[in-house]
Design a protein around this ligand. Structure first.
Ligand SMILES: Nc1ncnc2c1ncn2[C@@H]1O[C@H](COP(=O)(O)OP(=O)(O)OP(=O)(O)O)[C@@H](O)[C@H]1O
Ligand SMILES: Nc1ccn([C@H]2C[C@H](O)[C@@H](COP(=O)(O)O)O2)c(=O)n1
Length: 454
């Protein structure tokens, strides 16, 4: 529709062209930010507990006619008479977009039950993956339910200025059609186009999303998120103030080694770091640093973008404290950058370990402006032993089998992400043995790597 307008406008007189321009402006607002929407590449994230083990990708027909059409059989919900709808968040302001993504996710999951699967959807324009990335959802309903579209339109009505709503239908020729809906007024269909098959795109929208909103490889990038949200979350200004104070006296030359202990919850980090502190007469620092921990709960309830910015800035505040402490003694750190990265990657990539980006991918690299430790130890224990330790600690008494299974996959993914970190990488230590055995094992590694006298 857009391209045919442009072609004809060449032959229009000035007045007609002006009227035409006004019509286009009108249409663009009607289309809810859907400029070039047909050239977008979509990624639907995996969700093992919803039975989608791998991500899948598609685009819609425009100039890329060489791509094959997606067959309705490839989306079984459509082939079997169910329905599919997508919601894309078009608001350009990233804090609002992140908060809307979280709110919509909760709303959709709560309100469209009964056979519906709400999957995370990301899309970008291939010529500008980072600048055009948008989040959203694909709602799959296995049951035939004619009222689902009306229900979704109703549910999404209050967000209509900030979203693009599409439905997907099986065509008589066996393909799939994407229909764009106008949520204003009568909720009319604006345009439809064929859904085309795409191979795994490079870069994957899922990875672009990690680099854009979950992992910050420069302090500046994390700070700008906290700055932007400081009007709505005053705690963000407090964190920035503490960062400024901490970095007033940064020592870049370490005189003593810095050793980081990493691992999943209840693998024995606190137990080991306390023992190391005593054995090595070292300073023990924790991450996030104590000075910002009063605001941890606040950021933990915020969307990924804000939450990870908080932890990232926490690492830089921690780095300033580490640098200072390393002037006087060996420093032991309970969690640091690898935790921020591994948990972000594990959370942002759906499904299991096979969906993680390959070894040596740039997302596994250390931020160039963050103080590097001399040694990173990753503690691992079996799932069974970890559960025993959690139960003994009394924090979680019962875990449903299904949840345990999906958590297991999640834990494996985080642990694998830890192991793929580079520069510095992690030395993996099986921490299933007794506390004393683990301590002696780790001490021997420290002596070997950090040239400390026995
Ligand atoms: N080697 C060990 N053998 C048996 N139990 C252990 C061992 N190390 C730690 N524990 C016990 O396991 C529980 C969890 O240990 P700890 O709190 O040190 O783990 P953590 O990794 O610091 O956990 P979190 O990250 O959740 O704070 C504690 O009850 C602790 O006493
Ligand atoms: N430097 C850090 C430290 C912690 N986190 C995040 C990762 C987990 O979500 C959580 C674990 O912390 P714990 O419960 O062991 O205190 O905190 C991070 O991202 N970066």
């Amino acid at each position: 529709m857009w391209s045919s307008f442009r072609l004809h406008s060449h032959s229009l007189c000035k007045r007609q062209a002006a009227r035409f321009k006004a019509l286009l402006v009108n249409m663009s607002s009607l289309n809810q930010g859907c400029e070039n929407w047909r050239s977008r590449l979509f990624a639907v994230d995996a969700n093992t507990s919803l039975g989608i083990p791998d991500p899948f990708y598609f685009t819609c027909a425009n100039s890329s006619h060489h791509l094959p059409s997606l067959n309705a059989q490839e989306w079984p919900v459509l082939a079997q008479g169910g329905s599919a709808h997508s919601v894309c968040i078009t608001t350009p302001q990233r804090i609002s977009a992140a908060r809307l993504q979280k709110a919509l996710g909760q709303k959709l999951t709560q309100e469209v039950q009964g056979g519906c699967k709400v999957l995370r959807l990301l899309s970008y324009q291939p010529q500008d993956p980072y600048g055009s990335l948008q989040g959203g959802f694909l709602v799959l309903n296995a049951l035939s339910c004619p009222s689902i579209q009306a229900k979704l339109q109703d549910l999404l009505g209050e967000y209509k200025q900030h979203i693009r709503f599409c439905s997907y239908q099986a065509g008589t020729e066996g393909g799939i059609w994407q229909c764009l809906w106008d949520l204003n007024g009568e909720g009319k269909e604006i345009e439809r186009c064929r859904v085309l098959k795409v191979e795994v795109p490079d870069p994957s929208p899922l990875v672009v999303n990690i680099k854009k909103s979950a992992l910050f490889y420069k302090l500046e990038a994390a700070c700008s998120v906290l700055q932007e949200c400081s009007t709505i979350i005053p705690e963000a200004s407090e964190v920035l103030k503490l960062l400024k104070d901490a970095r007033k006296t940064v020592n870049s030359e370490k005189k003593f080694p810095v050793i980081v202990i990493e691992g999943l919850d209840a693998t024995g980090k606190s137990t080991l770091t306390e023992s190391l502190k005593y054995s090595l007469r070292a300073e023990l620092l924790k991450s996030p640093p104590e000075c910002i921990s009063p605001w941890r709960k606040t950021f933990d309830t915020e969307p990924t973008l804000l939450r990870r910015a908080y932890y990232a800035v926490g690492n830089y505040i921690g780095a300033a404290q580490i640098a200072e402490a390393a002037q006087m003694s060996t420093v032991i750190v309970d969690r640091y950058w690898h935790s921020t990265a591994a948990y972000s990657i594990g959370t942002e990539i759906g499904g299991g370990v096979p969906n993680l980006p390959e070894y040596h991918h740039e997302i596994y690299q250390w931020p160039s402006d963050l103080l590097k430790p001399d040694l990173v130890i990753l503690l691992t224990v079996s799932d069974e032993e970890r559960l025993v330790r959690i139960r003994k600690r009394g924090l979680a008494e019962t875990v449903e089998e299904k949840e345990l299974e999906s958590n297991r996959m999640f834990r494996q993914k985080i642990e694998e992400a830890y192991m793929r970190m580079e520069n510095p990488g992690c030395i993996v230590v099986d921490a299933s043995a007794s506390k004393e055995t683990v301590l002696q094992h780790v001490l021997s590694i420290i002596y070997r790597h950090c040239a400390l006298a026995l």
